[in-house]
Design a protein around this ligand. Structure first.
Ligand SMILES: [Fe+2]
Ligand SMILES: [Fe+2]
Length: 358
């Protein structure tokens, strides 16, 4: 266990806040209100981090008894709801393995309540566990993590005969606006599109790894408010570096460990905000990568660009509520020029739309 975790547990207070540096906050995992409700609080510790001020206002001490912890949980939820516009719910347990077990149990409870194909739900839970680990890959990455993501890519799909079912399942899983499993949902929709495009198993594995790591660059930026409020022009400039920063980080991880990421994963991270007509960032790439267009956008990056945008609209953000699925799809349609037409047509098909649905 790192010192930063000990630091948080030592201080237990209702009255004063604790300052935590962004470095230390990286040990936490973000959860949402519904997940918090589903957590067995008796053995879990969590804090609310006020974004921007880098303060933990409240957390639960493992030494408290169950009744006290339950009381504290309700207090936390009500504080967090009051200050929703500037808060994040974060969880940290002194035993990392236990913490992941608890989060998985809470996710299972929540997902089972929404119904769904059992094998698929299992795949989702495993992918979500991987995504928790991806978020902590600041210094090194375990080869086994990458292999697990690769094998889950085909397992998740194996449980579904139709790619369309995957999109349906994800839309219902995300129907509460859950923004805590962004990497997982983006990966699932990307895999559905990849399946419909008849990618090989090997290609799907590469697509999956790139999708799971697509936003790692954000973790390295000094932008604690990036998903809380509209960014100022100067903050936007910083945000727009995350694909480049993320790709550089991937190279660093490769240098520090034995892991070799597929070149497609590098492309996905670097290009997932490029737009087909050239107005995206960071490079303003245009069109599909081909021999004739060597500076074009890799089709895997275009798949993740669509999946990322769609999931983003389905998620509730601190500055706006989640869009319902019809509005999210409609908004995607209005932005069609931003996306590779081949991938967009597949997305439309999977999301249950004809070409001119509105
Ligand atoms: Fe991104
Ligand atoms: Fe994203």
């Amino acid at each position: 266990m790192t010192d930063s975790k000990k630091f948080v547990f030592k201080k237990e207070t209702l009255d004063s806040s604790i300052t935590v540096s962004p470095e230390k906050i990286k040990d936490f995992i973000e959860i949402n209100f519904r997940l918090l409700q589903a957590l067995d609080i008796a053995t879990v510790n969590f804090g609310i981090w006020l974004l921007g001020s880098e303060h933990i206002l409240e957390f639960v001490n493992p030494a408290l008894d169950r009744a006290e912890k339950l009381k504290r949980k309700q207090q936390l939820i009500s504080i967090a709801q009051k200050i929703k516009s500037s808060s994040k719910l974060l969880i940290l347990h002194e035993d990392e393995e236990k913490m992941h077990k608890h989060i998985t149990m809470a996710r299972t409870k929540r997902i089972e309540a929404s119904g769904g194909d059992k094998t698929f739900v299992k795949g989702y839970l495993k992918l979500a566990e991987c995504s928790d680990k991806v978020l902590t890959c600041m210094e090194e990455v375990d080869e086994a993590l990458v292999q697990e993501i690769e094998s889950l890519a085909t397992n998740v799909l194996a449980s579904m005969t139709e790619a369309r079912d995957i999109v349906d399942e994800v839309m219902s899983m995300i129907s509460d606006g859950n923004a805590a499993d962004h990497f997982t949902f983006v990966t699932m929709i990307a895999l559905a599109i990849g399946k419909e495009l008849k990618l090989s198993d090997d290609q799907l594995k590469k697509l999956s790894v790139g999708s799971m790591f697509h936003d790692i660059g954000i973790l390295h930026l000094e932008l604690p408010n990036w998903n809380v409020k509209a960014l100022t022009a100067s903050e936007m400039k910083i945000y727009e570096t995350h694909p480049t920063v993320g790709e550089e980080h991937l190279v660093e991880l490769e240098n520090k460990s034995k892991v070799r990421f597929p070149k497609e994963a590098h492309k996905i991270i670097a290009e997932h905000h490029e737009k087909f007509e050239g107005s995206g960032f960071p490079l303003g790439k245009r069109g599909r990568l081909s021999q004739k267009n060597p500076d074009g956008i890799h089709i895997f990056s275009s798949i993740v660009a669509i999946s990322d945008k769609f999931v983003h609209y389905l998620e509730s953000r601190q500055d706006r509520p989640a869009l319902d699925r019809r509005t999210a799809i409609k908004t995607m349609n209005q932005l069609e020029k931003d996306f590779d037409p081949i991938v967009m047509n597949v997305f439309r098909k999977l999301a249950g739309l004809s070409y001119h649905p509105f």
